[in-house]
Design a protein around this ligand. Structure first.
Ligand SMILES: C[S@@+](CC[C@H](N)C(=O)[O-])C[C@H]1O[C@@H](n2cnc3c(N)ncnc32)[C@H](O)[C@@H]1O
Length: 239
């Protein structure tokens, strides 16, 4: 459907009818051939913003999937780069893909729910890309607090999002149509597949993260690319 080596329409439909975790388990071998994998054009400026090689000790990538973000994080770390995800299938792909990844930091992959993680001031940097749609509106405060707890004082939570588009724009209307279909699917079929669009735009990121003691620095490194509406956010944990 997206790429000759990507999933077919029927494979995608089967995945969408599974639970979130089972869906990703099924998708894992072909995930990197879908647009759901965060592209390197978004990740390289993110890595540049964090700093040069060997400039931080440890980092964690939340909802790491097949390890796209960990690949660019590893050279920045002197100690370890941790990836957590609910899907064993995605983590198996990540392990395979990160074997040859540049950098010397230890790679750790763990099956963990980002909404239940209990790290205590262990990381200089936390990242999460392409996964906010899996965090329901009412879980965002819990998520923010757990990210805060995982970071050292002045640690940074770095991610990519976008300002909310105008209410009558195509992007906004498409996202609402998709979310409506997903609510309907979840009302009819159990277990649910939790994935909604535009749930953590810039405005909401400010609201939630500032409530949890972060200071946001919003940058536009994608201005001259096809990703022009996207913003890079560096949210620093106030001591
Ligand atoms: C669209 S993929 C993004 C993967 C990767 N971050 C990337 O940008 O290519 C979303 C990932 O989030 C994971 N996920 C969803 N909910 C999660 C949760 N509560 N805790 C941990 N991982 C979760 C899924 O299993 C999936 O691997």
């Amino acid at each position: 459907m997206f790429h000759p080596d990507g999933p077919s329409f029927f494979e995608l439909a089967r995945q969408a009818l599974s639970s979130t975790t089972r869906g990703y388990d099924l998708l894992a071998p072909k995930f990197d051939h879908t647009p759901f994998r965060t592209p390197d054009e978004l990740l390289l400026p993110l890595a540049d913003a964090i700093g040069p090689a060997d400039s931080i000790g440890s980092a964690i990538d939340l909802c790491c999937g097949t390890g796209a973000v960990m690949r660019v994080l590893r050279p920045l770390c002197t100690d370890r780069v941790v990836g957590i995800d609910l899907s064993t299938g995605m983590l198996e792909e990540a392990a395979r893909r990160l074997e040859q990844a540049p950098g010397a930091a230890t790679v750790v992959l763990e099956v963990q729910d980002a909404l239940a993680m209990e790290y205590d001031q262990q990381f200089d940097v936390a990242t999460s890309c392409g996964a906010f749609g899996h965090v329901l509106h009412d879980d965002q405060d819990n998520f923010a607090e757990r990210v805060r707890n995982a970071l050292v004082a002045n640690g940074r939570f770095v991610f990519v999002t976008h300002p909310m588009p105008p209410l009558l724009s195509r992007a906004y209307l498409l996202s609402r149509a998709f979310n409506g279909a997903m609510h309907l699917r979840n009302a009819l079929i159990d277990p649910p597949f939790v994935m909604f669009y535009m749930t953590f735009p810039l405005e909401r990121a400010h609201e939630v993260l500032e409530r949890h003691g972060f200071e946001l620095d919003v940058r536009a490194p994608y201005a001259h690319t096809v990703y022009a509406p996207m913003r890079l956010v560096i949210a620093t944990k106030r001591a």
